[in-house]
Write a protein that binds this ligand. Structure first.
Ligand SMILES: [Zn+2]
Length: 586
């Protein structure tokens, strides 16, 4: 589906970017903008700006920026069409009649089919669950209540090959089903259902649309757990189970609980802990950390208590710390996980476990101490310091880091200075800060900023536009941008930041436009400051021209001292000098 520009601008004009962004992050007023910590990169001082009157946002740290739709696209991890749809729904704007779809591109129609296929498969699995007593009694045995079955959309894939026929009845092709990982082909060329004899867990994107499935085998079905492979809709490393259900609660509580398995996630939800998400059977990835970072910087890790679980905990701890999270570890008794613990002890006992969670570094230190045969011998101390140093280094906040160093030193009974030394030694291996800005970029001149802003200001536009000539803008950082403005003006089209942004193709120019739009020159923009800026750009142009002619002149004098061009060039220099004086006197 593709929306026409009229609908897009209707959605855009009926939403307020400030309200939208405030739904995700905290902002405070600063001059004409609202500023806050960027949700798209790791930072300690705010460089994320929202300008309400211009309806744009811009981060001066990682250079993302755009309008409300772009913000939603980035923060919700959605396509453009999905973002427009989400905003339209929130504003109760009816979507254009799907019968009048225009300009259907093959890629988006593919995706439409993919989503339709997942939904149809989900209906099938839910339908099968309704009629299968073994599936029902399995969930009953695991104490999953009806409400959770409904909200998580649990289903059942029966043994045998039932899915393909159903999908084909809907006009969905075998190849679409294969691309989505629901159907497979074996070496003999036979087609079969990927999920057979399994309880089905739909995996949704943050907007709540099904993008994959996980399946728990019933009886002797192997493997016990099977997940969709990566598909065009789904990347295992970029998603978290139940993120769509948990994200609002994560934001509200400013904390997420991360668990390992499907049941470990459903059991706490059922017991009233709605800010729980689960990893999808892999080691934690930076993408998953980033997904959570949009909503919180505090995490409770509640993995299994076996040695694999502890190893994974320490690995995830480091990843979260290095992304600026506060991390606490929830310790459940040995051989229990969130699911079995809540079943056996109830919600209140689980709440106590969450309250008694331990700062990640302390947990890791205690773990290293118990694992070591002689932790307080000279060698033991050194080895444990080596193990804990990368974690200490990962702590983003310096004050917190030094606090942890003191605590570790006290526990190991050694000088804090020695630990600090060790931390410094591992520093060169430190991960690059995520989202760190790329190569230095060119900065527009103050006069350019004034000119661009005046051109986009409805009152100053009539003064600024006629003065925009090719000489003036040649060689400026914003040359392409200014050319585009000129072109829009020549075509008599509406000229504003958002209409201009839509027409820019080069990401550099879009970045520049956003950067310039959010800067407020001292004293604001007046007709005087506009004229002053134009004069200074004219001078700049003359100076450049002068240098060019001087070089030319030198060359000529060397090659052919009698050339006719020499007096001509001298005359041009004279003209430039006169014009320059005139400009100075204005
Ligand atoms: Zn940023």
């Amino acid at each position: 589906m593709k929306f026409d520009s009229g609908f897009i601008s209707q959605v855009r004009s009926s939403t307020n970017i400030l309200e939208v962004v405030l739904g995700y992050i905290q902002l405070r007023k600063s001059g004409q903008n609202h500023i806050g910590l960027c949700p798209f990169h790791n930072e300690k001082t705010p460089s994320f700006n929202v300008n309400e009157s211009k309806q744009i946002f811009k981060c001066f740290g990682c250079h993302v920026g755009g309008d409300t739709i772009e913000f939603i696209r980035l923060i919700e991890n959605m396509s453009f069409v999905e973002s427009v749809t989400l905003l339209a729904r929130r504003q109760a704007i009816p979507l254009p009649d799907s019968g009048k779809k225009t300009g259907k591109s093959s890629k988006s129609s593919d995706f439409t089919d993919f989503f339709r296929l997942m939904e149809r498969a989900q209906e099938h699995f839910q339908g099968c669950f309704e009629t299968d007593s073994s599936a029902q009694s399995y969930l009953e045995k695991r104490q999953i209540e009806e409400e959770a079955i409904r909200s998580f959309g649990l289903g059942y894939a029966p043994p045998g090959n039932t899915l393909l026929g159903i999908l084909q009845l809907e006009g969905l092709s075998e190849s679409t089903a294969r691309k989505c990982g629901l159907i497979r082909k074996n070496a003999q060329g036979n087609i079969y259902d990927n999920f057979r004899g399994r309880i089905m867990f739909p995996i949704r994107n943050s907007a709540g649309r099904i993008i994959a499935f996980g399946g728990r085998g019933l009886g002797s079905v192997v493997p016990k757990y099977l997940n969709s492979p990566d598909t065009p809709l789904y990347k295992k490393s970029q998603n978290l189970f139940a993120f769509d259900l948990a994200k609002n609660e994560i934001r509200k509580r400013d904390c997420a609980i991360l668990v390992e398995g499907y049941f470990d996630c459903i059991a706490p939800h059922q017991a009233g802990f709605k800010n729980v998400v689960a990893q999808l059977g892999t080691s934690l990835t930076m993408d998953q950390v980033q997904l959570l970072r949009r909503f919180t910087r505090q995490i409770l890790l509640n993995y299994d208590t076996d040695s694999a679980g502890i190893k994974a905990t320490i690995r995830s701890l480091q990843l979260f710390l290095s992304s600026g999270f506060r991390v606490n570890i929830v310790s459940l008794p040995e051989k229990s996980d969130p699911d079995t613990f809540i079943q056996g002890n109830g919600a209140e006992a689980y709440r106590q476990k969450l309250l008694n969670s331990q700062p990640g570094i302390e947990f890791a230190l205690e773990h290293f101490l118990t694992q070591h045969r002689d932790p307080f011998g000279p060698k033991g101390k050194q080895e444990i310091t080596d193990l804990i140093a990368p974690l200490l280094l990962a702590v983003d906040n310096r004050i917190e880091r030094s606090e942890y160093i003191s605590r570790v030193a006290a526990r190991l009974q050694i000088e804090p200075g020695l630990i600090l030394q060790q931390v410094r030694r591992v520093r060169p291996h430190r991960q690059k800060e995520i989202g760190s800005p790329a190569a230095p970029r060119l900065h527009p001149l103050p006069a350019e900023i004034v000119l661009v802003q005046a051109l986009l200001d409805s009152e100053l536009q009539p003064e600024a536009l006629p003065r925009l000539n090719a000489n003036l803008i040649e060689g400026l950082v914003s040359e392409q941008l200014l050319r585009k403005i000129r072109k829009i003006w020549e075509l008599n089209a509406e000229l504003s930041i958002l209409t201009l942004r839509d027409q820019l193709e080069d990401a550099k120019d879009i970045d520049l436009l956003e950067t310039i739009s959010l800067q407020s020159p001292p004293g604001g923009i007046t007709l005087e400051s506009l004229l002053e800026s134009i004069r200074s750009l004219q001078k700049l142009h003359l100076d450049k021209k002068k240098r060019r002619i001087q070089t030319d002149l030198k060359d000529k004098e060397k090659m052919d001292p009698c050339s006719d061009r020499i007096p001509e060039l001298l005359k041009e220099l004279e003209k430039i000098a006169l014009y320059r004086i005139e400009l100075d006197q204005r």
